[in-house]
Design a protein around this ligand. Structure first.
Ligand SMILES: Nc1ncnc2c1ncn2[C@@H]1O[C@H](COP(=O)(O)OP(=O)(O)O)[C@@H](O)[C@H]1O
Ligand SMILES: [Mg+2]
Length: 446
């Protein structure tokens, strides 16, 4: 007997006119497409269990279409609506603002098709907004983050230490958690310890525990982080800050799998995987005698580098939208997305504080925004928006290209700022801003 089961369909009802490549892209991604006319509203035509998402296309047609759509949205308020805006439509206009507020999310022309497909998939699978490469809370689709994710998948099941490098805020701890979550240890503890934050005289006792009376103030036995995390993972953040005596004990633990509590000579076997992170150059610390070379080799068996955010321009807007969506789950904000100029500023900024800085700026912007679209000013990135215009006029597609171009131009102008400004067709102030942005020390370059 064959059971014919109707597969629930996924359908986008597009009020307006999609372009042919947009149609093709949606169909390729498994969505049925119905093109509907705002002027002639009819039934949407679906079966129970189907996923239907409505898309209000406001790229063409003026106030009439806006008005008809507003009525339609009110009629079909139960449908998830997405809105596609022409760049010219002012989002402050009360009618536009009402349409945007009635929609789950909106997009501006030119349409970011990948973001649209991501959003449709989310609505279709009824999930909370999550990112793309999403493993263990790691959002991103850039080539750089995909490579990181591939390494994490490879390293997670192996019980060896991993040394995670990268700038502050780049996501080292996120990566460590992902390694833990994807390992067989995921149901056991994950202990994150910031070695730089521990008082130097208490490091040993914090990590490995102590016996009662082992030092003044040790009134009771204390179990250290390694023992409490038995079966799980210990993440030693800023491992370069570990004092030398603690380094010796850590090395011993890595070699033998045993530790001794302070004030005891009894060895205890503990099963813990060690992950370590550093934002300083450990090789240099080894050369300077601040870090044991043998410990360095033990920790550095597998290495994972978290790229700086400016090296993943493709992730910035995606992450910003992700942080905004998460913020809105718990707080009120009229903001739904980012204006065109804000997106450009986001991509153009050098992000010295990496993902952490992006998170902070987006949260602040979500609070201060007075419009459905977060502006470059809300993000405090007006400079970046101006610099972006310069980048475009110079035909520099990436930030690294911008830095190279500025250095080259400074050299050609013999470090005469006025001459460099003339050549770049920007103001002197902008040249100084560019130097600051790319951490270029004129004195050192000269
Ligand atoms: N790929 C990512 N996706 C989502 N959030 C991220 C990502 N990378 C970093 N974050 C967030 O950015 C902040 C800084 O990350 P963290 O791992 O603490 O950086 P680091 O340890 O390198 O200083 C955290 O709030 C973290 O949740
Ligand atoms: Mg950290």
């Amino acid at each position: 007997m064959t059971v014919v089961r109707e597969v629930p369909r996924r359908c986008v009802v597009w009020f307006g006119q999609p372009e042919s490549h947009e149609q093709a892209e949606l169909i390729r991604a498994g969505w049925n497409l119905r093109i509907a006319d705002v002027a002639e509203p009819g039934g949407v035509g679906m079966r129970r269990g189907d996923t239907v998402v409505a898309l209000a296309d406001l790229r063409q047609g003026g106030a009439d279409r806006l008005h008809a759509l507003e009525l339609m949205m009110a009629d079909h308020a139960w449908l998830p609506w997405l809105t596609l805006l022409s760049a010219e439509l002012p989002t402050q206009d009360p009618q536009v603002a009402r349409v945007l507020l009635a929609s789950v999310d909106f997009f501006t022309a030119p349409l970011d098709l990948q973001r649209l497909l991501d959003k449709l998939t989310l609505i279709g699978s009824n999930h909370l907004p999550v990112g793309h490469a999403d493993i263990g809370g790691m959002t991103g689709r850039s080539a750089a983050i995909q490579a990181v994710v591939a390494s994490i998948r490879k390293y997670a099941p192996v019980d060896l230490p991993v040394l995670i490098t990268g700038e502050t805020g780049a996501g080292k701890e996120v990566a460590a958690r992902a390694l833990h979550e994807l390992s067989a240890r995921r149901h056991r503890p994950f202990a994150a310890i910031n070695c730089g934050a521990l008082a130097p005289n208490l490091v040993q006792s914090e990590l490995f525990g102590h016996e009662r009376g082992s030092f003044t103030g040790a009134n009771a036995r204390r179990i250290g982080h390694f023992e409490s995390a038995a079966g799980g993972t210990v993440f030693l953040d800023e491992v370069g800050d570990l004092p030398l005596d603690a380094q010796t004990n850590l090395l011993r633990f890595l070699q033998e799998g045993t530790l001794e509590r302070v004030g005891s000579s009894q060895s205890i076997s503990v099963d813990v995987r060690v992950l370590a992170a550093t934002h300083v150059n450990l090789e240099q610390a080894v050369e300077q005698g601040r870090f044991r070379e043998d410990l360095y080799y033990r920790l550095n068996v597998l290495r994972l580098h978290m790229p700086a955010l400016r090296e993943r321009e493709d992730d910035v807007v995606l992450l910003a939208q992700h942080f905004l969506d998460s913020f809105r789950e718990h707080h009120n904000s009229c903001a739904r997305g980012f204006s065109h100029a804000a997106r450009q500023a986001l991509r153009s900024f050098a992000w010295p504080g990496n993902v952490r800085e992006l998170l902070n700026r987006v949260q602040r912007a979500a609070v201060v925004a007075e419009d459905v679209m977060i502006t470059a000013a809300d993000l405090d990135l007006e400079d970046a928006a101006q610099l972006h215009a310069m980048r475009l006029s110079l035909g520099l597609s990436r930030i690294s290209a911008e830095r190279d171009a500025v250095v080259a131009c400074l050299r050609e102008s013999r470090f005469n700022i006025s001459e460099c400004a003339r050549r770049l067709k920007v103001s002197r102030v902008t040249v100084y801003r560019l130097c600051k942005k790319h951490q270029l020390e004129l004195e050192q370059l000269r």
